[in-house]
Design a protein around this ligand. Structure first.
Ligand code: GLN
Length: 191
């Protein structure tokens, strides 16, 4: 049986676990480095990226996750998770994994729109549109050559992939649409 880990230090990890179970795979909450040996992929949830980053350092997870992803483990970051995967975060020196060749801007859609929804189409996921929920969301300002851009909102990149790394600025775990998680499960299977 396929097992996917969900980093469970802070933030919306339970919703990801429910979504994974709904997709027929086993979800494993990850709090210690050793627990990563048992999983085929890892989700880093939304929440507060500075808090999650500090806890990752404290719990010794930063280096383990980095080396696992470099060895090919699939990883999926949503919102704060996307920030933590970025090499560059505008005006921030917060701890991060820095594995993806992207520049992100935090809380980037403006205070007046703390959260909003948008229907987006993602060709990799079929013709039917996807409801994307943004909560104090970041976006990708620049992406390297090896980054595949999967969706944009108002010209901003909000969904992207670089080999075994997948990121969304929005929260697919808060909808009933399983396509993004299924896509990531397939990535993990191939990794
Ligand atoms: N604004 C948060 C941060 O910068 C991310 C918000 C979220 O994950 N929903 O960490």
């Amino acid at each position: 049986m396929m097992k996917i880990g969900v980093l469970a230090l802070q933030g919306a990890f339970r919703e990801h676990c429910w979504m994974l179970e709904g997709c027929g795979v086993t979800a494993v909450e990850i709090r210690r480095s050793e627990e990563l040996d048992k999983v085929n992929g890892l989700i880093i949830p939304g929440g507060e990226s500075t808090a999650i980053g500090k806890l990752m350092v404290q719990w010794g997870l930063m280096d383990t996750i980095k080396s696992k992803v470099k060895q090919g483990m699939a990883v999926f970051g949503t919102c704060a998770g996307m920030i933590l995967l970025a090499e560059n975060i505008i005006e921030s020196d917060q701890p991060r994994l820095g594995l993806m060749d992207i520049v992100v801007v935090r809380n980037a859609f403006g205070r007046q729109r703390e959260s909003f929804e948008r229907d987006i189409t993602v060709s990799e996921l079929g013709a039917e549109s996807l409801k994307a929920i943004f909560i104090r969301a970041p976006y990708i300002e620049r992406a390297g050559r090896n980054v595949e851009i999967m969706a944009r909102v108002e010209e901003k990149i909000v969904f992207a992939r670089q080999n075994n790394i997948l990121v969304t600025a929005f929260h697919p775990e808060l909808t009933i649409d399983k396509r993004v998680h299924k896509y990531f499960i397939e990535m993990s299977r191939k990794a």
